[in-house]
Design a protein around this ligand. Structure first.
Ligand SMILES: [Zn+2]
Length: 155
């Protein structure tokens, strides 16, 4: 495993759309391992492949959100099935926009399907903080970043 550099403040690159993963080969497995290590080091809750310079539809989330890295889950070729629940407005940060926070409105429940590194499809449902993290990371795969959809808060 190796740490990858997180792209910051490069709106042009971060606005690109990522392509699906056709084949979960060693390059993708290494990418996921490296992303997990990079996320643990950075102390964030989620990381998407384009943030480390790879325009592929892959993101990882710490599904316990305790920051110990023990519960990192990969989502390859994720497809949002349903967004529902109340619309909450919360502050979000992003490892690609360090030190900045944005108020973002999102529904508080999400259901999606994705593949793991073995290529197996699974369904996952998240609420509140996890749902928000999933939608944030999934947005990265479509080139959507929080400066585009949120209101910056200066404190
Ligand atoms: Zn982000």
């Amino acid at each position: 495993m190796a740490l990858r550099e997180i792209i910051t403040n490069d709106d042009e690159f971060l606005s690109k759309k990522s392509r699906p993963v056709d084949n979960i080969d060693k390059r993708i497995i290494d990418l996921v391992d490296d992303m997990k290590q990079t996320l643990i080091k950075s102390g964030g809750v989620g990381l998407a492949a384009p943030q480390v310079g790879v325009l592929r539809r892959v993101f990882i989330i710490d599904i316990d959100a305790e920051g110990d890295g023990g519960s990192l889950k990969e989502f390859i070729n994720p497809e949002i099935i349903k967004k529902k629940g109340r619309n909450d407005k919360y502050l979000e940060g992003c490892l690609s926009y360090p030190g900045r926070s944005f108020k973002i409105i999102r529904p508080n429940k999400v259901k999606l399907r994705a593949q793991n590194v073995k290529g197996e499809w699974f369904e996952f449902e998240g609420e509140d903080f996890i749902a928000r993290a999933i939608m944030h990371e999934n947005d990265h795969l479509d080139g959507i970043t929080i400066p585009q959809i949120g209101t910056e808060v200066f404190e």
